[in-house]
Design a protein around this ligand. Structure first.
Ligand code: URA
Length: 195
């Protein structure tokens, strides 16, 4: 079975089995999307309104900005994999609760296991703190983190500000773009260091 088929099966299984309370208020599950063979996985926070309607991650305003930044480094969204820590939209886009993150965690870990990316990029503090609870995004953004985890194929992580937070904040927007432009160098560094 190829990785795409494995992901389809995984998403079907978790859409049925996920115990997340947000299922009760969301329109539908929003699983990850993109190239199952990608070197890079982007992890965001939770679906917003457009994502809840369309069933795909990052298709609203933050997603358009993400597409723009991918273009800065000559990548298309079809060439990376994009997902969220929580697969259902929280009501009124509130922050996901710890129990909602916990309910969707195994789904995310299994996605990561199938894709086995070289690099995991966190979009915002919620995604980063899901794996590195003690770090602050204002200090960690744009820096390569190297830490092995028992269930994750890569030990390389790169935190960024969330595109939605940066969208209407001129200075954060520039910082996010500059951090984004570091991604090709980060990939080269990873190749040099080895898996
Ligand atoms: N913000 C997120 O964190 N994820 C999405 O899918 C859309 C907006």
């Amino acid at each position: 079975m190829n990785k795409n088929q494995q992901l389809q099966n995984l998403n079907k299984k978790w859409t049925e089995e996920c115990q997340c309370e947000l299922k009760k208020t969301a329109t539908q599950a929003v699983p990850g999307d993109g190239d199952a063979e990608a070197d890079i996985v982007f992890i965001g926070e939770a679906p917003g309104r457009s994502e809840d309607i369309q069933g795909r991650p990052f298709v609203g305003a933050a997603g358009k900005f993400l597409d723009e930044m991918l273009a800065l480094i000559n990548l298309k969204r079809e060439e990376v994999y994009i997902t969220n820590i929580v697969k259902y939209r929280p009501p009124n886009n509130r922050d996901p609760l710890p129990e909602e993150k916990a309910a969707c965690r195994e789904w995310l870990l299994e996605e990561l296991k199938i894709i086995s990316p070289k690099l995991i990029i966190f979009l915002g503090r919620h995604a980063m703190n899901n794996f590195f609870p003690a770090l602050s995004i204002s200090q960690a953004h744009g820096k390569l983190l190297i830490k092995p985890f028992k269930n994750i194929s890569t030990k390389y992580f790169f935190p960024l500000y969330h595109p939605a937070a940066a969208l209407y904040d001129g200075s954060m927007r520039e910082v996010l773009k500059e951090d984004f432009k570091k991604i090709p160098k980060v990939l080269k560094e990873i190749e040099k260091r080895g898996a």
